[in-house]
Design a protein around this ligand. Structure first.
Ligand code: DSN
Length: 415
């Protein structure tokens, strides 16, 4: 991408962008929620659409001059509908947390009860963690996984009957097993609750048809567009037609002002890419790679939470496997050029800032073209690094190897 103008007028920002470019190119990105967008998506993000205010929806805007904003928003909606088989789509949420807040506000009143997954069991902050605004407004009750790492649906049903939630929320940011969509639907129906699924992490796997599509089973489905879906940073809400008006009103004017039209143009481009056959191969390869990582780490004696993965990531208990904390593991890996995040494990006895686990995702390295052989190498490095943590010289040596390796997999080959 050309940065000529930034370079000319703002050296400090130019250097930060260049540094980040180098970091992404030379490092091994294994954070489960990140990815590399295409050059076409990057280009769309950097366009004049950023100059435009477009409150409202295609054909019903508050300001004039909407000839082209309407085109890109309609394209994004149409492509998302095709990708996910959704009855209604709103592409305006700025990201995942606002998308969830909008969805809650569309169907809940303050004080209503929501059944959501516990954060340490793989859920997400915005699914009712006490530190969030949504938890101050609504009454969240949290369900957990059982000892085998699966959701105990009988227990979930019992909780639903006891707490009579207005909303039952599925979705996660570290849980790794396929959900029983039918069972969620049955439980919601039985207690008269609305069902919602936050598919942020697995949207690309669904779009690429590598896992079963949940959209027809849930009343509302929220997502981000930048994880496995490989689009620009952003959010999106899909819903059954009966919730369309409420979702649109809750988005604008309820929660947000003007949509970010450059971002929506980039979403349209990314959805167009996800509709192509190559994206199906990508999504399948992501899961294959995650299974290789799971197998290799298991061979090396690591404890993988939830009994394994069906998606793009594994949650590893590094404390019981290696005697290092999540924070120490994250730090040692970082020093060696491999980026992951520390993560709580179910009922973690440690604190969120220094938990027992790390979360490792392969969707970004799969975008760079890495497959089984490369994933085995990554697993070996992870093990070497965690065994050598504190040994600065060894970590520096591995960092050189990682950098050399990553240079063979350019993130933007023709830049
Ligand atoms: N921060 C994202 C994640 O890592 O899962 C979602 O909030």
């Amino acid at each position: 991408m050309s940065l000529n103008e930034v370079k000319k007028q703002d050296k400090a920002v130019f250097e930060a962008i260049s540094g980040e470019m180098k970091r992404q190119q030379e490092g091994m990105e294994l954070i489960a929620s990140e990815n590399y967008v295409s050059k076409a998506v990057l280009e769309a993000l950097g366009t004049v659409f950023t100059n435009k205010y477009s409150e409202g929806y295609p054909g019903k805007r508050y300001y004039g001059g909407q000839d082209y904003t309407d085109v890109v928003e309609a394209l994004a909606i149409e492509r998302a509908k095709k990708l996910f088989g959704a009855e209604h789509v709103n592409v305006q949420p700025h990201s995942g947390a606002p998308a969830n807040m909008i969805a809650y506000s569309a169907v809940l009143r303050p004080g209503d009860t929501v059944l959501g997954m516990d954060l340490s069991h793989g859920g997400h902050l915005t699914h009712g963690h006490p530190v969030t605004l949504s938890a101050q407004i609504y009454n969240f009750v949290r369900y957990k996984t059982d000892a085998s790492g699966k959701i105990d649906y009988d227990e979930l049903e019992k909780m639903a009957l006891e707490h009579k939630p207005r909303l039952i929320l599925a979705g996660f940011s570290a849980y790794t097993r396929q959900l029983d969509y039918e069972r969620f639907q049955q439980i919601a129906k039985k207690v008269g609750a609305i069902s919602m699924f936050d598919i942020a992490h697995i949207a690309g796997l669904i779009a690429g048809k590598a896992i079963k599509n949940p959209v027809s089973y849930f009343d509302i489905v929220t997502t981000t567009t930048h994880k496995t879906l490989r689009g620009p940073r952003g959010g999106m809400i899909m819903c059954k037609a009966e919730f369309a008006k409420a979702i649109d009103k809750a988005t604008f004017p309820g929660f947000q002002g003007g949509p970010h039209m450059n971002n929506i143009a980039a979403k349209a481009v990314a959805f167009g890419e996800a509709l192509r056959p190559a994206f199906k191969s990508y999504a399948k390869q992501v899961i294959k790679n995650a299974k290789v990582l799971e197998k290799e780490l298991l061979k090396k004696g690591y404890k993988i939470m939830f009994g394994g993965t069906d998606y793009h990531m594994v949650l590893v208990d590094v404390m019981s496997s290696k005697g290092v904390t999540g924070k120490e593991a994250e730090h040692a890996l970082d020093e060696a050029g491999i980026t992951v995040n520390k993560n709580m494990i179910p009922d973690d006895p440690r604190s969120p800032m220094d938990p027992s686990g790390i979360r490792v995702g392969v969707q970004a390295v799969t975008s760079r073209g890495m497959k089984g052989k490369e994933i085995k190498q990554i697993a070996s490095w992870i093990d070497e690094i965690l065994s050598a943590h504190g040994d600065t010289a060894k970590l520096a040596k591995i960092r050189k190897e990682v950098t050399r390796f990553c240079k063979k997999y350019p993130i933007y080959p023709k830049v």
